[in-house]
Design a protein around this ligand. Sequence first.
Ligand code: IPM
Ligand code: MG
Length: 369
Amino acid sequence: MEKKIVILPGDGIGQEVTTEGRRVLEKIADLFGHRFSFDAAQIGHEAIAATGQPLPDASLEKLKRCDAILFGAVGHPRYDNDPTLKVRPEQGLLKMRKELGLYANLRPIRLFDELLHASSIKPEILKGADILFFRELTGDVYFGEKGRKDQGNTAYDLMVYQRYEVTRIAHMAFQAARTRRKKVTSVDKANVLESSRLWREEVQAVSQHYPDVALEHQFVDAAAMKLIQQPRSFDVVLTGNLFGDILTDEASQIAGSMGMLASASVGDTVGLYEPIHGSAHDITGQGMANPLASILSAALLLQISFELKQEAEAVIAAVERTLQQGYRTRDIADGGTAPDKILTTARMGDRVVEQLEQVANALEKLPRA
Ligand code: IPM
Ligand code: MG
């Protein structure tokens, strides 16, 4: 297979982690006989510093003409500490999502058994948890009208949803549920918000097409509690942009660390794959970042954009074997981790690439179907 991938490292640890994600994709191409070509583009603070724009046109053009995108992170403390700045790194990410029509953000919460003890939640509560979030990504307060009035003393962000925006992602969520445990939990705040009542109405309408899938509704406050109280009670979670942003950071604790969670943003055109974590400037350049979220994002890229199921499974198996051998980055190490098993970003990438080779060799020895 021949494919063109654009790497968008962005800011902070985005550079370090996408380097490892790319290495894994290169290794997959090598082992499975594909030809992946790579290009890079700028986004975020890095792009503002170079061009004044958080997503320069040159980047957007490249993104529109490739087969898949591996993205790192955007953000910089300079902007976080100065809310008056008008041009901000995150605008690049939001523009990219909107321009590429990436309306569905899939965030699988996959708990590797080896990391049961890396979480602050009790292992017996976590064991067996497996959740797939569908976070709507191009609507809600993120894109509703925003502004100031009363001489700047009043600020507003409009929470707005159109029916079609709910319909299309709801169908995706129900279809995914059919391949899993056949349950969708739709999360909203319909006891207060009109946009949530439209959301709920439309999710109920879509559910009529999927009589084999159970639908339940939860208010976002209750869902936030239930996620850590009974994580196993969730299968597919369908929710809006803002609630999804918040709940998936919370849910990352089920997987042990933000550094483990990958995501796929899909919709009208090309797919974009990225860790759910941010730019983490506090640890940038120190080799401390966990590259597994980027590597697992690469697995989602292989599976969803290229439909290379075996290759995607090989990446996940390589990550699993690396963890089984006791290797950890700092964020997922616990009291029982031997100091020589705590690896830097690049060394963790080395171990996964090494394991990939072994997984692929084992596959070759199997009789072909
Ligand atoms: C995420 C991030 C972004 C979001 C930020 C960086 C704009 O937190 O992808 O979850 O809020 O969507
Ligand atoms: Mg977020």
